[in-house]
Design a protein around this ligand. Structure first.
Ligand code: MYR
Length: 172
């Protein structure tokens, strides 16, 4: 059986070294978590209780740091605030999470307007995560993310319900 479909190239975002102006400034601000994909559903299990997540990415205390805040709306209605510090890597858009030396985050551009794709790799898991500037991007955007990741053999898929209002994102 020959499939007529080919995996589209997933272009990586412009690297820091190549064009400093395009990173990270355009990526700062508010993002909504839309969907995730992984080789197995276990690698997405940490999102099972999630209804929606809103993020705010801001500059860190040094030019090589980014501060990420989030509020998770759980399916039971509760709000769970989260906070991370990312360290930028010279010459690339790879991110390192402070306190998580096992973890690596790579950024990819999305064909969807105002979308971004992250690939997280940690101890025993890897997953693609799709974010958008809008809480409800078009179905086509979600389908493109799913077909791209499924092509790469990340067959487990999770679409966030986003049935409840986003929690309030308070400042530090
Ligand atoms: C997690 O839930 O595992 C944390 C995921 C990080 C979410 C990142 C939110 C969007 C980031 C946009 C790109 C920022 C690049 C500077």
């Amino acid at each position: 059986f020959n499939s007529i479909f080919q995996c589209p190239e997933h272009r990586q975002l412009t690297t820091l070294g190549m064009d400093r102006k395009e990173f990270p400034e355009p990526h700062l601000g508010k993002w909504y978590f839309i969907a995730g994909a992984a080789p197995t559903k276990e690698e997405l299990a940490n999102f099972d209780l999630v209804d929606n997540i809103v993020f705010n990415m801001s500059a860190g205390s040094t030019p090589m740091q980014l501060q990420l805040r989030a509020t998770v709306r759980l399916k039971n209605g509760y709000c769970k605030p989260r906070k991370w510090t990312y360290h930028l890597t010279e010459g690339s858009t790879d991110l390192r999470t402070e306190g998580r030396p096992d973890m690596m985050t790579k950024l990819f551009s999305s064909s969807c307007p105002d979308g971004i794709i992250l690939k997280e790799t940690g101890q025993g898991y890897q997953r693609f995560l799709f974010y958008n500037r809008l809480p409800y991007p078009s179905e086509k955007c979600v389908e493109e993310f799913q077909s791209l990741t499924s092509c790469l053999d990340f067959k487990a898929f999770l679409l966030t319900p986003r049935k409840q209002e986003a929690c309030e994102l308070t400042s530090n």
